[in-house]
Design a protein around this ligand. Sequence first.
Ligand code: 5HY
Length: 249
Amino acid sequence: MLIQVVNPNTTASMTDLIGRSARAAAGPGTVVVAVHPEMGPASIESHYDEALAVPGLLAQVAVGEEAGAAGHVIACFGDPGLDAAREVAAGPVVGIAEAGMRTATYLGRTFGVVTTLQRTTGRAWELAGRYGVREQCRTIRAVEIAVLALETDPAARARIAAECADVVATEGVDAIVLGCAGMADLAAELTRRVGVPVIDGVAAAVATVEGLVRLGLRTGKRGEYAAPLPKRYTGALAEFGVPDPVAAR
Ligand code: 5HY
């Protein structure tokens, strides 16, 4: 099976990091393509960034559909454009926040999230509520390191490890979810250091999509996630117009 992993920001080095984690998680016979859009924000750290990342993400999902992707992963902790992507794609679409949080609930009664900027924690709490795991989520902490500084700041790793250790010590959680795709490469080392499972949402999402595809399960298309309705789009979004199959006959 082919799984497309979309990094909704436009930073190639981050897409490479995400791709390495996704390929390491994929099982035999699964081909992973890790991509990012040509248009959009270099990183996603606000509602503005998230909103403007969605057109590029959806364009990439459409490309993956053309290429025969059996499923897609949205590799950004805000799960941007998840519902719209589920309308566009035939197969399952899973966001790394949803996969990370749900996976944590299989591994214990409580979990904590360690993410980048404080200003993104409101969105993360909102998603915990939407996914029905708010009660199990004991805390969402930010290390105040910008997304792209995760790769360049030599102190980032130690700062994240210290925060994870503190969450375990003070909240007594059974697991930790990493709140950014840019932290994907830290999970194994952090699990060893803090003594509880530290979950990389990219790997969890790949495993989830793979499992759903193997079970022959796809997004329900009768209601909310049916294909987008035929509609004309104008201006910079003209390419997102949905042709009317009846009119085209
Ligand atoms: C992410 N931003 O996973 C989120 C993390 C965050 O560009 N990739 C991004 O801070 O919300």
